[in-house]
Design a protein around this ligand. Structure first.
Ligand SMILES: Nc1ncnc2c1ncn2[C@@H]1O[C@H](COP(=O)(O)OP(=O)(O)OP(=O)(O)O)[C@@H](O)[C@H]1O
Ligand SMILES: [Mg+2]
Length: 324
């Protein structure tokens, strides 16, 4: 029998109608997540990380969107199918980027959490359901869970709303959690606490995770593999150790160089320029206009090529580690 990945995204292309024309944002995005695996998705703001997660979750339907490709969950297509509606919140949990806009202002936290629990355990007695949602809040370090359960979202801080959303995504022990920067509204100590809780919970229930984050330290600590995205394309991916120790793509190198180091060495290197206009992106490698190593052949499509075990890069320099 051929082993099937838990999630497989194949050649996902996504364009959005905007007032300036069709924006070709995601281009041939392919990624996979195995059972129990923690995968990070990184890249600068606007590169398409949230859109990738939303496309997987079927949250972009009917939004002036042109989409092609495949999204397979346990080997079955979910892109543009009703199956995603049954999976979302049950087998696939989602921690959205914007906590304030993601909770319903008209229902208490308890009602919102109970509704999620009832999707899986319809006939669970009230006291048991209550104990379960309370425990879900304790697991993500919510102090005074009874008060939080009785509250409405507007009565809670951004950080508490975010922890409620993390609890909501995990309470049904989904097979896959898509986490879009779960911690941006939290201070660093609470951020570390919730990441630890997420790691503990996913380990306990064997869930897989796609974690979107700007924090490369978190990637190093949390993830098994990492995908590096630039302007809607995957430019490099592989085991975290391999990609961080030997980054091959000039963009990955720039991203890693932009992290301040405790050991000194001056200010981090920034990257000049900005991501391209998606209505007319550069042909071939989209990083070409900002790349110090660009050559004429970069105007052609660059396929992902294997450079080490499970480590692939879409760059003409794949055979060398660029210096400079
Ligand atoms: N509904 C929309 N209509 C038009 N353009 C959109 C829409 N949603 C996203 N975009 C554009 O698509 C691109 C990718 O957006 P996305 O939100 O996926 O980026 P991101 O990588 O998650 O960035 P960040 O790190 O800031 O969250 C951006 O240029 C954004 O402006
Ligand atoms: Mg985003």
């Amino acid at each position: 029998m051929i082993a099937v990945s838990l999630l497989e995204v194949k050649q996902l292309n996504l364009s959005l109608r905007t007032h300036t024309g069709l924006a070709h944002i995601l281009k041939d995005v392919s990624l996979r997540v195995e059972a129990g695996e923690r995968v990070a998705l990184v890249g600068e703001t606007g590169c398409g990380k949230s859109l990738t997660l939303k496309a997987i979750l079927g949250l972009l339907e009917g939004k002036g969107l042109v989409v092609s490709g495949k999204v397979l969950f346990e080997g079955e297509e979910i892109l543009g199918t009703p199956r995603i509606l049954r999976l979302r919140g049950v087998q696939i949990g989602f921690i959205p980027q914007d906590p304030a806009a993601s909770l319903n202002p008209t229902f208490s936290i308890a009602d919102q959490l109970l509704a999620v629990v009832r999707r899986v355990r319809r006939n669970l007695p009230k006291e048991k359901a209550w104990a379960l949602i309370k425990e879900a809040l304790v697991e993500v370090a919510v102090p005074d869970p009874d008060r939080v359960l009785a509250s409405y979202p507007f009565q809670l801080s951004g950080g508490l709303c975010q922890r409620v959303l993390i609890a909501t995504a995990l309470v049904n022990r989904p097979k896959l959690v898509l986490a879009d920067e779960p911690g941006t509204a939290l201070d660093v100590t609470v951020q570390a606490q919730t990441l630890r809780a997420m790691r503990h919970l996913t380990e306990k229930s064997g869930s897989s995770v796609i974690l979107v984050t700007h924090n490369l330290g978190v990637v190093r600590e949390f993830a098994d593999r990492v995908y590096v995205m630039y302007a809607g394309t995957i430019v490099e991916h592989g085991p975290v150790k391999s990609v961080f120790q030997t980054p091959r793509h000039p963009y990955t190198r720039a991203l890693l160089d932009s992290v301040p180091r405790l050991t000194g060495g001056g200010l981090p290197q920034g990257l000049d320029g900005h991501i391209p206009d998606y209505t007319s992106p550069p042909k071939g490698c989209r990083f070409r206009p900002r790349c110090a190593f660009a050559r004429p052949e970069c105007a052609e499509e660059q396929p992902l090529r294997q450079v080490a075990e499970g480590h692939e890069v879409a760059c003409v320099l794949y055979a060398e580690v660029p210096r400079g």
